[in-house]
Design a protein around this ligand. Structure first.
Ligand code: SME
Length: 167
């Protein structure tokens, strides 16, 4: 059954995620599938992408990976820049309800109103993050945060199983 409520939609997406996780042959495929699934099914998730820490980079830098949405000028983000940099530097999820009020925000699209960035951990160390932008203010509530953190957790576990090392 398809539901139009946010919670019903999230339950549907979680089921699709479980299937994707079972079927994806690699962390790379899983990340690509997550970007497609979230952007297609979650109507307020207008830009969905992964940034991964470049192995061995000194100072550390986030590099754009799989994404869905318009091309961004921010393909490499140092940890002292942007909401993305802050999430990776602190290892904490960051939800910004109004990006115009956050001085850290690096503009990707003039249409973006709110953003969530969730770190991905591999053996307890930040390896990258999942970044989502919305054209709607305060688009990311508690259920969204749980969903995006679940996605980041699945990717971290898959990277661990592939023995990818972090910088
Ligand atoms: N807004 C992010 C930059 C990445 S784009 O959203 C794709 C930031 O402030 O770090």
């Amino acid at each position: 059954m398809t539901s139009t409520s946010s919670v019903g939609k999230i339950a549907e997406v979680r089921e699709a995620l479980a299937r994707l996780n079972a079927e994806a042959r690699s962390a790379d495929r899983l990340m690509q599938g997550i970007t497609v699934l979230l952007q297609e099914k979650m109507l307020k998730y207008n830009w969905v992408g992964f940034y991964m820490l470049e192995p061995g980079a000194k100072p550390p830098v986030l590099v754009l990976g799989h994404f869905q949405g318009a091309m961004t000028p921010h393909t490499r983000i140092p940890l002292d820049q942007g909401i993305c940099g802050a999430a990776a530097a602190t290892g904490k999820t960051i939800v910004v309800d109004d990006v115009s009020k956050d001085h850290r925000y690096l503009a990707c699209s003039l249409e973006t109103k709110s953003e969530i960035v969730v770190p991905i951990f591999v053996r307890g160390v930040v390896a990258g993050e999942l970044d989502i932008d919305s054209h709607f203010p305060a688009a990311f509530g508690v259920e969204d945060r749980d969903l995006v953190e679940h996605c980041a957790h699945l990717v971290g576990k898959r990277l661990e199983s592939e023995s990818i090392t972090t910088p």
